[in-house]
Design a protein. Structure first.
Lengths: 109, 114
């Protein structure tokens, strides 16, 4: 099956710093999503981004499907950005999402 | 988008007992799924909930342990049977509406088995 690796596994930032999170996947996929899991366990949809670049406020994402990776950019980080960020890829033809290993982000005031 | 409600949101259960988790979606959806997230880990797909028929389980998950029902397009249940402390996890319901294949998730059920 598809392998989905995220890096870095852990990241500590000072408030106001910028960061880039990476998601690599091992095979062709139909779609890719980025999620933020808050401390209460809720998964928040950030981006649905099978290819190209999207921006939403301080967050943006880029997926290069032909090279099997996606990047999530967080600018001017805030303490509320803390939590775990997951990418998930849709296995071609199945509608099933396979989750990456996650990046645990902590933003310090 | 789909709004997904799960209940209970959390529970503490005795080993050997069973817990049924409910998932209700606010609109008709094409696909529904159940995931497990063990402490400190990523999400793992348990099964696809099929309307009116048996669920399709992923490798490592069996119907006797995780029976799933989906009687209609908007509702599904997952039962965690004969629980042990190793079943302590967050269980999440997911749905895809079919307009595109964006997945949405319920708030999760945090299960602790003692």
């Amino acid at each position: 099956g598809i392998q989905v690796e995220q890096s870095p596994p852990d990241l500590i930032l000072q408030e106001g710093a910028n960061s880039t999170l990476r998601c690599n996947f091992s095979d062709s996929v139909n779609n890719l999503q980025w999620f933020h899991q808050n401390p209460w366990g809720q998964l928040i949809n950030l981006f649905y981004i099978p290819s190209g670049t999207k921006q939403n406020g301080r967050l943006s994402a880029t997926t290069v499907a032909t090279e099997r990776y996606s990047l999530l950019y967080i600018s001017s980080s805030q303490t509320t950005d803390s939590g775990v960020y997951f990418c998930a890829v849709e296995e071609a033809g199945t509608y099933k999402y396979i989750f990456g290993t996650g990046t645990r982000l902590k933003v310090l005031a | 988008s789909a709004v997904i409600s799960q209940k209970p949101s959390r529970d503490i259960c005795q080993r050997g007992t069973s817990l049924t988790i409910q998932c209700q979606v606010d609109s008709q959806v094409t696909m529904m799924f159940w995931y497990r997230q063990q402490p400190g880990q990523s999400l793992t797909l348990i099964a696809t909930a099929n309307q009116g028929s048996e669920a399709t389980y992923e490798s490592g998950f069996v119907i006797d342990k995780f029976p799933i029902s989906r009687p209609n397009l908007t509702f599904s249940t997952l039962t965690v049977s004969n629980m042990s402390p190793e079943d302590s996890s967050i269980y999440l319901c997911s749905a895809i509406s079919g307009l595109n294949t964006e997945a949405f998730f319920g708030q999760g059920t945090r299960l602790t088995v003692v």
